[in-house]
Design a protein around this ligand. Sequence first.
Ligand SMILES: [Zn+2]
Length: 158
Amino acid sequence: MEPYIFQSGKNRGKMAAILMFKDYRLLHFLLERLNKESRGSKKNRLHEHLLWLMSRGDNRRPVTMCRFCNKKPVKYFSVVYSDSGISVGLNFTCCEDCKGELTKGTALKVPQFYLLTFRSILLFSRKSDQRQVVRLLREVYGLPKRITTQTAWQFFAA
Ligand SMILES: [Zn+2]
């Protein structure tokens, strides 16, 4: 797969891979539209690229180990809700075996668990909440604070 650079619109000149971090909802919206429009007909390059890129976003492997068992990488995160938005963080992550541990002795009264994948960004409508999920993803994937197009591309293409 080759990087895809938008040639028009507000993201002109930007690489699709960097928009996974900056505007995942837009990519999701574009893909939904392309899926509807292209029924049965040949997919264009953007369509092929987004199908590939979004599926990569679903199968990246976190490098952060579960803080409870220290045996498996984290897989889920939980969220604390308040009026000002959500709180997420490494303290509220766990592997598939340790959900019970995460709910013990925390403020999570009715804990919900979300997969640590890019798709989970779609669960939150506030921009500030989405940014928090992106930050958490960056942390569990061991990515730097400032993500360049090159970093983004290497991460999804690897
Ligand atoms: Zn664990």
